[in-house]
Write a new protein. Structure first.
Lengths: 186, 562
């Protein structure tokens, strides 16, 4: 037994150097030729830098709003609501979000609101909304910003990300990029 | 057809296509034959052997294998406790995260040691980068241990009479270097080019477009996320695992991470066939596993795509499915598929929050872990399945009046006793744990995030996940306290090492028995009839032991919603 422990200790040290050390440095080396040297993909607007994949809180009426988040889009942490589908407290919360949305967007009927806009994401940092989720906000933004609806429709079409290779997975919109585009519209 | 459905079909088919050649390669590695990666790895392995004083050619019997396996795990446990208890004082801690409490450190180290990664902490605040790297090291070697144990089983199934079954360290090192490492490098590279970070800087400050100041956690994520999947470990770098947009940035990375976690369990089934030169046996095993997997996956995907009926009643558009706890970039189909894939194999990484899944999906996730051998974790999946084969051989042997034999070895009372103990250990650990936690509401009920039947499911899920060495959770559960840390820690230990020792012991005992050549009286084990028999044994054991507990949790919740 003692012999096995001694071998175990020596082998552990050797494998730590290799798998925690050399492997990590090797991947770190590859990162240096990856986009933004492996520090996450960044988009710039007006000299400010944002992480493209980290969702942001957009609650202002003049922006396309993002999904509800259990962590308020603070990417220091991450988290979902972890509410069960039959939890009465949770269902009341969803109903409240729908009511609020209908007040903020008086031209929209309830059956046009897609579920993603009134439910929290898994990470609390979801950078995307569905295409329908953007479309139902057109009327409000057009009024708030005094912009023609057709321009907003065009903006949404330009920012719609198609499924991977056109066939795999859902369509979606990056809220940050959509809003950066929105700020640039005249 | 719907692009979400095409996406998940592509994930399954691609995994299968890649797994067959990988299986051939794995068989070659364990047979000691030449492979194209020899020039890279032979020098590295030789160095490992030299430094550690290992004679890789020394043959071991099954008991020596198990002693070597347990001894090195003891070393990892001791070292890991030191790292986690002192992480606040050690280097590579840019965010100044504090030392772990002893009970949390105990739970964390055990759960990484046993390839579970239960994670009662959040990666952003609970561990330093040094600890993350140490845990990543455990992700490599714990998967290597599972694969090495499976390699011992392969060796024992060869049709000959022998006491010795190869060298443990040889199998272990080769599993890490030649199987896990190359796949991890490929996966990490894909992740890097899709926006997963690999940096040693701490949290970054960012002002949002709307003007709020927030922080963004980063770190050496790409290296970690790759082996987390390839080794079917599942422990996330961040708290929300592969739902986090830096850990799994887009649909492509989702496909790659999905393939990465399923490929080794798939390939091990084929490796068995190549190793023993019994491809038909492989296909029988793979067929049973796949039928089980699909029987759980298809209803889950449909349920998730149909959405939550309680929310549909509110009159909104739920065509995108049940979106609570899911990311828009993956959608309901890929989230439902992932939730079953990660629970049938023992990964336990998540790309959606299982706690918010529909009741039937939650039940299927639980069933996947209760069975724990539809593909199963790295190496251990095939060990679990072997137990069910032994049981099925014995039962069907009795039914048709033939001596129970498997691959030319007679199965007798001693082997059957071990198989029964291992098969019953799993429900025993889960149900006793659940019963205790439910009996003491100040320990169990007070930590729940949801009322009623769903709350019970949270308790059931936590113990099932621990006993299956899975590591996913109904994460609403407030699990970072001594009760959960210690009870699940004990369940983790027992449910890892006994189900490794049991099958290896059976295989070792059978290997030393006299080989009986196949005759007209032999029960054929590579036919679909026998496959059906194995499936029935699995179904009866899982259904009979767990049905009452499922009734109290997800099934009862189902009837309140629909």
């Amino acid at each position: 037994m003692k012999n096995y422990i001694v071998i175990g200790i020596k082998l552990t040290l050797a494998t730590i150097v290799f798998f925690a050390g050399i492997y990590t440095l090797f991947i770190f080396g590859i990162a240096q030729i990856a986009p933004n040297q492996g520090k996450g993909i960044v988009v710039e607007s007006n000299g400010k830098k944002f992480y493209k994949n980290i969702g942001q809180s957009f609650t202002d009426a003049k922006y396309f709003n993002s999904r509800p988040s259990a962590v308020g889009y603070n990417a220091a942490g991450s988290g979902g609501s972890n509410k069960g589908p039959s939890n009465p407290e949770y269902l009341a919360e969803v109903q409240k979000r729908i009511d609020t949305f209908l007040i903020q967007n008086p031209d929209i009927k309830a059956n046009e609101i897609p579920a993603d806009l009134v439910t929290a994401s898994g990470s609390g940092l979801d950078p995307n909304i569905s295409v329908q989720g953007a479309k139902v906000q057109i009327k409000r933004i057009a009024k708030t910003r005094n912009i023609e609806e057709s321009k907003l429709e065009k903006l949404i079409a330009e920012n719609t990300e198609k499924p991977l290779l056109g066939v795999f997975g859902p369509e979606k919109i990056n809220v940050l990029q959509l809003n950066i585009g929105l700020d640039k519209l005249k | 057809m719907n692009t979400e459905i095409i996406g998940i079909i592509a994930m399954f088919v691609l995994t299968l296509i890649l797994a067959i050649p990988l299986g051939r390669y794995i068989a070659k590695v364990y047979l000691g034959q030449k492979t194209f990666l020899d020039p890279v790895f032979v020098p590295i392995e030789t160095l490992f052997y030299k430094v550690s004083g290992i004679d890789a050619k020394k043959e071991m019997n099954w008991k020596q294998h198990m002693v070597a396996l347990l001894a090195i795990n003891v070393v990892w446990f001791a070292l890991g406790m030191i790292v986690l208890l002192c992480q606040g004082w050690l280097p590579l801690n840019p965010d100044n995260n504090p030392n772990m409490t002893p009970d949390l450190a105990f739970n964390t180290i055990i759960s990484f040691l046993v390839n579970c990664n239960l994670q009662h902490y959040s990666g952003e605040t609970g561990v330093s980068y040094l600890s993350q790297l140490f845990l990543m090291f455990l992700q490599f070697v714990s998967a290597g241990i599972g694969l090495a144990a499976a390699a011992v089983l392969f060796n024992a199934l060869k049709e000959r009479t022998t006491e010795t079954l190869g060298n443990f360290y040889n199998y272990f090192i080769k599993s890490c270097t030649r199987i896990l490492l190359p796949i991890s490098v490929i996966v990490a590279t894909v992740l890097l080019f899709n926006g997963t970070p690999m940096t040693f800087e701490g949290k970054q400050e960012m002002t949002t477009l709307q003007g709020d100041a927030v922080q963004v956690s980063t770190g050496p994520v790409a290296a970690f996320t790759a082996i987390k999947h390839v080794g079917t470990n599942g422990g996330g770098f961040f708290g929300t695992n592969s739902a986090h947009p830096l850990e799994n940035p887009n649909y492509l990375t989702n496909i790659v991470e999905m393939i990465a976690q399923m490929i080794v369990p798939f390939a091990m089934v084929f490796a068995l066939g190549f190793y023993l030169n019994r491809r038909k046996l492989s296909w029988m095993i793979f067929g049973v596993m796949t039928i089980g997997f699909l029987a759980l996956t298809i209803p889950t995907v449909i349920t998730e795509m149909n959405g939550n009926p309680a929310i549909t009643q509110m009159g909104i558009d739920t065509t995108a499915g049940a979106t609570e706890g899911k990311e828009v970039r993956f959608g309901a189909a890929a989230s439902g598929y992932w939730s079953i894939a990660t629970t049938v194999i023992s990964t336990g990484s998540v790309n959606s929050m299982h706690d918010s899944a529909m009741p039937l999906s939650g039940m299927n996730q639980l069933l996947a872990m209760m069975v724990n051998c539809f593909y199963g974790g790295c190496g251990v999946g095939i060990l679990n399945f072997y137990i069910f084969i032994i049981l099925a051989v014995f039962i069907s042997g009795l039914m048709v009046g033939r001596t129970p034999e498997f691959l030319g070895k007679k199965i007798e009372a001693r082997e059957m006793k071990i198989a029964m103990i291992i098969a019953l250990l799993h429900p025993f650990l889960i149900l006793v744990g659940v019963a205790l936690s439910t009996a003491f509401p100040e320990q169990g009920a007070s930590t729940l995030n949801n009322p009623g039947f769903h709350g019970f499911s949270e308790i059931l899920y936590e113990f099932t996940s621990s006993a299956a060495n899975n590591g996913s959770g109904f994460e609403g559960l407030g699990d970072n306290n001594p009760w959960w840390n210690i009870t699940t820690g004990i369940v983790l230990l027992l449910s890892r090492f006994l189900p490794i020792i049991g099958p290896v012991a059976i295989a070792g005992i059978l290997a030393s028995k006299k080989h009986i050549p196949e005759s007209a009286g032999t029960l054929k084990t590579d036919t679909s009839t026998f496959g059906l028999m194995v499936f029935a044994v699995i179904f009866i054991i899982a259904a009979l032991s767990f049905f009452p507990s499922l009734t109290l949790g997800p099934i009862a919740e189902y009837f309140t919603l629909y």
